[in-house]
Design a protein around this ligand. Structure first.
Ligand code: TXA
Ligand code: MG
Length: 337
């Protein structure tokens, strides 16, 4: 199959909508990361997403809407808290889990009786859903296990020959995937941190951060969010998070680095003499924007091991820490102990 890259014009969006109406899969931009879309109601089309990504069948997809009125076809029961959350955070990087309707096939929800719904703010995503007239099931547009793509070129790298088209809508502004929450006891539980932070949510309701956000699931335990049990965002390199002051980090790297090793640091000033490095920003929002691209660049450079500085785990930094923790397979060396 030839994979065409389409520009972000109305004409191209119409072409993409036609493909989607025919049951095809299309790569498209959102403000978080690029997605791989199919008609959420069409079982056969959704199966193509799982095939293109090599995604385990029990990992549910998020259903994307272009207006709150679409929810009545997707969810069987809308939690009261949805209205205050949607008013404040939609369109935007927030996914809310609710009981699914009969119309959502079980392949879309990974066999669960719930469904995650999100109203993205990227204008091309919104327009594409409007042109289709149905909601789009869409995971991140990477091969399963790889870092999520934040531009069309990275989608092409993973999906070339697997899907007919990708819409190029520029760089994703947030850079990490949406915050996934499930309403509980009048508040919400964060299953995956993202662009809408715990601090922001707590201005609306009580917030609990699920244990799976920062800790490895015990073997045999049931994940509240099935995606949490899989190795994720992982480059080919062996990533290790090194927690501690810059001085201790440098000392550690100098003592342990071998040929082929890289540093993943916040800024150029933190580089360790003689060791190749990639920077991903001082500010948590910049780190979120740059992390996945940095992980892909490390692969391109053939990094064997990566010594990563440990980001601050608050605000959007919690999402950055959650992703890098998974990229590192939870390998953290604490130099402050
Ligand atoms: O920002 C995003 O959310 C992007 C863009 C494309 O919208 N999408 C995305 O989808 O990140 P995906 O499939 O890569 O990640 C969805 C996560 C997975 O960890 C999945 O297990 C969880 O959300 N999830 C989806 N539906 C769920 C449900 N009903 N219950 C629990 N977890 C769910
Ligand atoms: Mg993903």
């Amino acid at each position: 199959m030839n994979t065409e890259i389409l520009d972000c014009t109305e004409k191209s969006l119409k072409k993409a909508a036609e493909l989607l109406k025919k049951g095809e899969v299309v790569g498209f931009p959102t403000e978080t990361v690029y997605g791989l879309a199919a008609n959420a109601f069409d079982e056969k089309a959704v199966r193509k997403i799982f095939a293109a990504k090599g995604r385990p069948a029990d990992n549910p997809l998020i259903v994307h809407i272009s207006g709150v009125e679409m929810i009545s076809d997707i969810a069987s029961n809308v939690p009261d808290i949805l209205y205050s959350l949607s008013e404040r955070f939609w369109p935007g990087p927030l996914t809310v889990i609710m009981p699914k309707s009969e119309k959502i096939p079980s392949v879309t929800s990974g066999g669960l009786d719930t469904v995650g719904i999100r109203f993205p703010s990227h204008p091309a995503a919104k327009r594409l859903i409007e042109l289709c007239g149905f909601p789009l099931a869409a995971p991140s547009a990477n091969l399963s296990g790889s870092p999520s793509p934040t531009n069309a070129r990275r989608v092409f790298e993973d999906m070339s020959g697997r899907i007919p088209a990708i819409i190029d809508g520029g760089e994703s502004s947030v850079g990490v995937e949406s915050t996934v929450i499930i309403p509980e006891n009048g508040g919400v539980r964060i299953l995956r941190p993202g662009g809408v932070t715990a601090e922001m949510l707590s201005e609306v309701c009580k917030v609990t951060v699920d244990g799976g956000v920062l800790e490895k699931l015990e073997s045999g335990a049931v994940a509240r969010s099935p995606g949490m049990k899989y190795r994720h965002y992982a480059p080919k390199a062996d990533v290790r998070i090194i927690r501690g002051s810059l001085e201790k980090y440098r000392e550690y790297v100098l003592k342990n680095a071998e040929s082929g090793d890289f540093c993943l640091v916040f800024s150029e000033q933190e580089a360790v003499p003689e060791i190749p490095f990639i920077c991903y920003g001082d500010d948590p929002a910049v780190q979120a924007h740059a992390l996945f691209e940095a992980l892909r660049v490390l692969d391109e450079k053939g990094a064997k091991r990566v010594f990563a500085r440990c980001p601050e785990a608050s605000g959007i930094g919690l999402a950055v820490y959650n992703r890098i923790l998974r990229a590192a397979g939870f390998n953290v060396t604490d130099l402050e102990c």
